[in-house]
Write a protein of this length. Structure first.
Length: 521
């Protein structure tokens, strides 16, 4: 290939695939995401590696299952020695930049990125460590609650809007700066937004895109606690759902705000696409859009993530690339761990570098040009955080989905005939052999007992370290953006004139006009 493609990777937070037009939603307005979907491939059965923010992101960036790298919960350190797709792309000559949330925990706040142009919205320490030995009732160190639902609605401004406005603006600025520098390197920019994560509030501009009458209620209504599986019962207590009576008005308001938040997010995607066009690089740029995990948004009477059901674990995945076939729809099971090898394939025209560490993912690049007959139709989702007391494994193989968690009854669903997961086939004798096969495969391949020992040991270490590091002088790991104001704008110490300094920042660059009557000096 003559020139490596640029890569723009856009990530949302807690975005259920089911709310996007590309996945069949008829209400939500997302013209910019629709544009990406039309120009590339829609992966209909993409899954998070873990339905919790940090664990999902670390697995995605490393191409490894979260348990393999010790990414057990939202306070697990992402080891600096684990290679990420940012490291590999940087080794290939890419200029790498992160703008937005990645929930890095630990002293390494870059993980292969040369530049990071925003801080994170969430803590970088061990404060949100899950504690499986605290079994009085489900324990959420981040103090989850239902306030994000029962207080949902309009706002003038929110913390999340503050953050995502900055993420978008810094992303746009970085793209222009890269173009103005005349940097011959291709770029890899990861723009990661916090919308549409709860609390569900949005400004009037985006709220007014929808009428209350257009907001459909959940397909599966509230399931009483006694009719739920044990994991869902624990989750009910975990998010303190017992403290509020969630009315239909609450549900409609929360979903209305969520839809508005998705449209707000789409407007930021539009800013990035417009900048690619203005800088003249859109035709040679791979665009990836996804989310770390989904949100139940009221389905089954459940909210947020942290559970094994589809709205929690299924994520949108849209990929467009130079030369790719437009309008592709891929029904095969896949996951975010597949993105590391995919990006390396796309960056090297199918000749990726040798990996220096294990990779659980497989490249999706073949699907962008047609079919991939060699694809293994499966995806693994793990969960090792609050709401369970043993590692949970959700294994998708073809049309079947099995949910395994020590101490809980197994759950097996046929996702083709039962997409809403209302018929647990483990209760039917005709499926006892298939259920047993899933259990054997999970216990053999993923070794839940070994993972549990590692989780408990990690929790004990981190709980001790967090309480200790708060004593005396506390040195936070939270990322601080560093900018050199002495070079950003006009300064008297500069070697060029005021006019020349401003001219250098003009895009496209215009050379100095020749003097018609030069002075004699």
């Amino acid at each position: 290939m003559t020139k490596r493609p640029n890569i723009l990777f856009i990530q949302a937070d807690q975005l259920a695939a089911s709310v996007l037009a590309a996945y069949g939603n008829k209400v939500v307005k997302t013209p910019n995401l629709d544009r990406i979907a039309a120009q590339g491939a829609v992966f209909e059965n993409a899954h998070t590696p873990n339905p919790i923010c940090a664990s999902s992101r670390f697995a995605m960036m490393s191409g490894q299952y979260s348990s393999r790298i010790g990414a057990f919960d939202n306070a697990s350190e992402f080891p600096a020695a684990v290679p990420t797709f940012a490291h590999y792309l940087r080794s290939l000559g890419y200029a790498t930049c992160l703008s937005g949330k990645m929930h890095f925990v630990g002293p390494d706040q870059l993980h292969g990125f040369e530049e990071r142009v925003t801080t994170d919205i969430y803590p970088a320490d061990f404060g949100w460590t899950a504690d499986w030995e605290k079994k009085v009732e489900p324990y959420a160190p981040s103090q989850m609650s239902m306030r994000g639902v029962v207080e949902s609605g309009l706002c003038v401004r929110s913390l999340q809007m503050d953050y995502d406005d900055d993420v978008a603006n810094q992303s746009v600025q970085w793209l222009f700066d890269h173009a103005r520098r005349g940097d011959d390197r291709p770029f890899f920019l990861l723009s990661s937004f916090t919308h549409p994560h709860n609390p569900f509030t949005i400004s009037k501009e985006f709220w007014d895109l929808y009428d209350d009458a257009d907001i459909e209620m959940p397909t599966v209504p509230f399931i009483p606690l006694e009719g739920r599986d044990p994991w869902s019962q624990r989750y009910y207590k975990l998010i303190r759902q017992d403290e509020h009576i969630v009315t239909d008005a609450h549900i409609r308001s929360a979903r209305h705000a969520y839809y508005g938040m998705v449209s707000y997010l789409d407007s930021k995607v539009g800013m990035l696409l417009d900048t690619l066009e203005k800088t003249g690089v859109i035709d040679n740029t791979v665009i990836v859009f996804t989310a770390d995990h989904g949100d139940m948004i009221g389905e089954r009477g459940m909210w947020y993530k942290f559970n094994p059901y589809q709205n929690s674990i299924r994520v949108p995945l849209l990929i467009s690339a130079p030369g790719a076939k437009a309008g592709q729809r891929v029904g095969a099971n896949c996951g975010l761990v597949d993105l590391l090898p995919t990006l390396l394939d796309l960056a090297t025209d199918g000749n990726p570098p040798e990996l220096v560490d294990h990779c659980d993912g497989h490249s999706l690049a073949g699907w962008l040009h047609g079919t991939d007959e060699s694809w293994t139709d499966e995806a693994l989702i793990e969960f090792t955080s609050e709401g369970v007391y043993s590692p949970a494994f959700i294994l998708r193989k073809g049309k079947y989905k099995y949910v395994y968690c020590e101490g809980d009854p197994g759950m097996l669903f046929d996702m083709q005939s039962d997409p809403h997961e209302l018929r647990n086939l483990c209760r039917e004798a005709a499926f006892s052999d298939l259920s047993a096969q899933f259990v054997t495969e999970i216990e053999t391949r993923f070794k839940p007992s070994k993972v549990k020992r590692h989780v408990l040991a990690s929790q004990r270490r981190r709980l001790f370290l967090h309480s200790t590091l708060l004593k005396g002088i506390h040195t936070p790991w939270d990322f601080q953006v560093r900018k050199d104001g002495s070079k950003q704008y006009v300064r008297s110490s500069a070697t060029t004139s005021t006019t020349a300094t401003k001219a250098k920042a003009r895009f496209p660059f215009v050379p100095s006009a020749p003097l018609d009557t030069p002075r004699k000096s």
